[in-house]
Write a protein that binds this ligand. Structure first.
Ligand code: ATP
Ligand code: MG
Length: 756
């Protein structure tokens, strides 16, 4: 795995080990247009170029050049990267180059740069130090609560979509008032009302959501001349990677900050704009020259990453988009291998074949696991791939949402930690006021909420006034205990390290005791998780810093280039990365392009850009797969090949799927309940060799099962049939098992199933 600038190791090492640094080393291995960009004398500059043409490399190199040759001080540079990981990597390189001075350089994501400024000056907007950052779930919960308060039907208007409407409004820099002015229909008026309350709820809780971080930073720069002057003068150079995925607020942030020195350096590729759903606006690239008069534009046309075959495929696909400026990417890397295609029967067949492909990369082509990646359109597609990797012993890592930090016990302890830092954090207070139980149930909580609303307090603040809010007995005592616990923890927090505070929270809140009393295997692993959380916290200077890092970590930050494992990730996460060997799975209409995009031209073009991003991650080997049928939303549906698959010219591909027996071998695999080693069904021996006769038969297909019937399965226990499809030997049923609550699809003729 690499991120464009990793291969600069050698260069930086050479530079640092020389007593006399030679700046020409910074330029020696660049093409002429790349060199022009790196040595640009000043003023706004836009580097637009296709994937793999060295944009990220040029940006990193320019930072080094500014420090080395132009003698710009580290703190005069603001470099914006797309993930914290990329930021860390850049800092490390620069550190090697200029030593400790680079600590003062701002290499950030948009969100972390905004947060850093807000931490220092948010008082100009009326926030207190230590404000909380609400994640999307917390924002949605607030919206839902507000909608209920306003008696708005939450079935007809989903809180999630109301929150996205609010988010879109914020990204367009609209306030609740200006939002309705744009177009006053009843729906918008409803959203505006929720929006208004949402804003004041967050204010009272001394909290911001992700959109606020950007928006408030811009507002702060607009309203405070002092703050604006300070940063405008400080940042002599501003550099932004992946500029095509900035939204209006981010672009405004850059424009304001660059308003004094005008040294704004942005790199991007309009064909890789894939965050429209988060309000990214590719027009920011197109309008750059207008917003920054006198801007220089540099085009890079040579791709240094991929083979010509991969590049031709990418170009063929993206050229179908109508709203784009044609580009001419070429490489000197030669044609390389053809792109391999495999059409699978279903997702299990696909998963199994993909794992064989991974083994081929490694065993026949000597590509280490870490240099291989598998992409898919949606997170859910990883499950089957993971199962197959586990089965075959292929080490992998899913680069996805922060699983560990999503665990309940971890979130609970973190909520206490947030309340220590921000005593007004409502989302955190609601989460743990009764966790572990202290008698402050829903009724008591709504009394506290009413008391708070009447007095314009946050919910969290009102907890201390339990008795006045009308709480009695157990609930009143519980609220009081909680209030005392928080004061105690806040006092402790002054003297303890973040790791120690986490441990104290677990102990004093009673969370640890509850888990230890439980004593189950599950509870033990939760205890271990809390230990791990304390370990993670101990790497930070203070609690606030730890919490911030958690709030702002992006998916691809989890990539660990050292680990010898295959990386599994969605196409969105793959942006900016490169791998010698790549497999893209699930190339089916409705999967990729995603079903939501199918009848909208603009969205379809965005999906196609995503395909372009995926294909252009591959350096030497690219494999595409699709399945003729796939389970979606619990139902098996037949699929058509993705249009993107068909758009790759035939002469570039080698179809390896024309092997008829495979269609059968997968039949046994369908019964994915039987994936354990001990199962006689795992081998798929009968179906795999093409003879159905040898399979162990259960006769469950003769039971005449219908939806609603109760059944017993030898391994999974009792369950209820939710649906039956197909006939005869191929008859399949979906059964929801009582114990796990999960639904499994079973091929009845071989499932050890009976009626109960
Ligand atoms: P993306 O659009 O995918 O973000 P990019 O334009 O940022 O791609 P980089 O990641 O910077 O491209 O570069 C792609 C690869 O090409 C990297 O491995 C990089 O080190 C290499 N590369 C870039 N320029 C040169 C060059 N002049 N000589 C050799 N290798 C280069
Ligand atoms: Mg890049």
């Amino acid at each position: 795995m690499s991120q464009g600038f990793f291969d600069d190791d050698a260069l930086f090492d050479t530079v640092t080990s020389r007593p006399q640094r030679d700046p020409s080393r910074l330029l020696a291995d660049l093409t002429e247009p790349q060199r022009q960009a790196v040595t640009h004398p000043g003023g706004p500059i836009l580097v637009v170029a296709g994937a793999g043409s060295g944009k990220t490399r040029v940006l990193t190199r320019r930072v080094a050049y500014l420090l080395e040759v132009d003698h710009v001080a580290p703190w005069e540079i603001l470099a914006i990267t797309f993930t914290n990981k990329a930021a860390d990597e850049m800092k490390r390189r620069v550190n090697e180059l200029v030593g400790g001075r680079s600590d003062r350089m701002w290499v950030q994501t948009f969100h972390s740069a905004c947060l850093r400024m807000l931490r220092a000056h948010s008082d100009v907007l009326g926030y207190q130090a230590g404000f909380s950052i609400y994640d999307t779930d917390e924002g949605r919960a607030e919206v839902e609560r507000i909608m209920k308060e306003l008696h708005i039907d939450i079935k007809g208007n989903k809180p999630r979509s109301v929150l996205s409407a609010i988010s879109a409004a914020k990204n367009a820099m609209l306030t609740p008032e200006t939002y309705v002015e744009v177009n006053a229909d009843p729906k918008r008026e409803m959203v505006a009302e929720v929006f208004q309350r949402y804003e004041s709820t967050l204010r009272r809780a001394n909290a911001m959501d992700f959109d606020d971080l950007l928006l408030n930073a811009v507002r702060m720069l607009q309203v405070s001349d002092d703050v604006r002057d300070r940063y405008q003068q400080q940042f002599r150079h501003i550099l932004v990677d992946e500029f095509q995925d900035t939204n209006g607020v981010q672009s405004e942030f850059v424009t304001i900050l660059g308003g004094y020195h005008h040294n704004v350096f942005v790199v991007g590729d309009a064909d890789q704009s894939i965050y429209r759903f988060r309000a990214a606006d590719v027009r920011n690239i197109l309008l750059f020259s207008e917003r920054h008069p006198g801007a220089t534009t540099i085009l890079l046309e040579e791709n240094f990453r991929s083979t010509q075959t991969i590049l031709d495929a990418a170009n063929a696909v993206i050229s179908r988009n109508e709203s784009r400026i044609p580009k001419n990417l070429f490489t000197h890397k030669g044609h390389g291998e053809k792109i391999r295609l495999f059409a699978a029967d279903d997702e299990y067949d696909e998963g199994r074949w993909v794992v064989q492909e991974l083994q081929r990369f490694r065993n026949e082509l000597n590509i280490p696991w870490r240099d291989i990646a598998v992409f898919y359109r949606t997170n859910a597609q990883s499950r089957v791939l993971e199962e197959q990797c586990i089965r075959s012993g292929v080490p992998y890592r899913v680069i996805a949402g922060l699983r560990f930090y999503d665990r309940k016990e971890v979130k609970d302890v973190l909520a206490y930690a947030r309340l220590i830092v921000n005593p007004r954090d409502d989302a955190a207070a609601r989460r743990v006021i009764n966790e572990p139980r202290r008698g402050v149930g829903a009724a008591a909580q709504s009394k506290i909420q009413n008391y708070a609303s009447d007095r314009n307090l946050s919910f969290a603040e009102a907890i201390g006034s339990g008795a006045m809010a009308g709480l009695t007995g157990k609930a009143a005592r519980g609220a009081e205990q909680f209030d005392e616990l928080m004061s105690e923890l806040r006092a402790l927090a002054n003297d303890l390290t973040p790791g120690e505070i986490i441990a104290e929270i677990a102990a004093r809140s009673g969370i640890m005791k509850e888990l230890l009393d439980d004593g189950s295997e599950e509870a033990r692993s939760r205890v271990e998780n809390l230990g791990e959380l304390a370990n993670a916290a101990s790497e930070y200077e203070n609690l606030l810093e730890f919490l911030e890092r958690l709030a702002l970590t992006a998916d691809s930050d989890q990539l660990d280039s050292e680990a010898g494992v295959v990386s599994l990730m969605t196409l969105h996460v793959a942006k900016g990365l490169e791998f010698p060997a790549v497999v893209i799975t699930g190339l089916e209409e409705g999967v990729f392009p995603h079903v939501r995009a199918m009848d909208n031209q603009a969205e379809l073009e965005e999906e196609r850009r995503l395909a372009y991003v995926g294909i252009t991650r591959a350096m030497r080997h690219l494999t595409l797969t699709h399945a003729w049928s796939r389970t979606q939303w619990g139902r098996r549906v037949d699929s058509l090949t993705s249009r993107f698959w068909n758009e790759v010219p035939e002469e570039l591909v080698h179809d390896v799927s024309a092997r008829p027996p495979l269609r059968r071998s997968t039949f046994a695999e369908l019964d994915y309940g039987f994936t354990g080693r001990d199962s006689e069904f795992t081998s798929g021996r009968a179906f795999g060799t093409g003879s159905a006769q040898e399979a162990s038969r259960s006769g469950a297909d003769l039971l005449g099962l219908e939806s609603g019937d109760r059944v017993h399965h030898d391994r999974f226990g009792d369950g209820t049939v939710t649906s039956v499809t197909g006939e005869g030997e191929k008859q399949r049923a979906f059964v929801r098992f009582d114990e796990t609550g999960s639904e499994k699809q079973l091929v009845l003729s071989i499932s050890p199933l009976r009626r109960i």
